[in-house]
Design a protein around this ligand. Structure first.
Ligand SMILES: [Zn+2]
Length: 85
């Protein structure tokens, strides 16, 4: 089985749909999510026509959060990275 290691995690080939993690700090989750959704509005995977899903999780103790962007494939992942960077 093909295995791909990324950020120290092993991703199996049948779960290639990617996650983009961004660390965020001290912002309300709603404003973070709205910011990302605004940036990714209208995004569609060039191959599958699928949008990206944005989720925000906040660790209460340190108000440190992570934004996860889920895409359908590597190609969509590349596009999302290009948009966010
Ligand atoms: Zn795709």
């Amino acid at each position: 089985m093909l295995k791909i290691t990324k950020n120290g995690r092993t991703i199996q080939s049948n779960r290639l749909a990617d996650e983009i993690m961004k660390d965020v700090r001290g912002q309300a989750t709603d404003s973070i999510r709205q910011d990302f959704e605004k940036k990714l509005r209208g995004f569609r995977c060039p191959e599958h026509g699928t949008g990206a899903t944005v989720t925000v999780a906040i660790d209460g103790a340190f108000k440190q959060g992570k934004v996860t962007v889920k895409t359908c494939c590597d190609k969509a992942d590349e596009e999302v990275r290009r948009i966010l960077n």
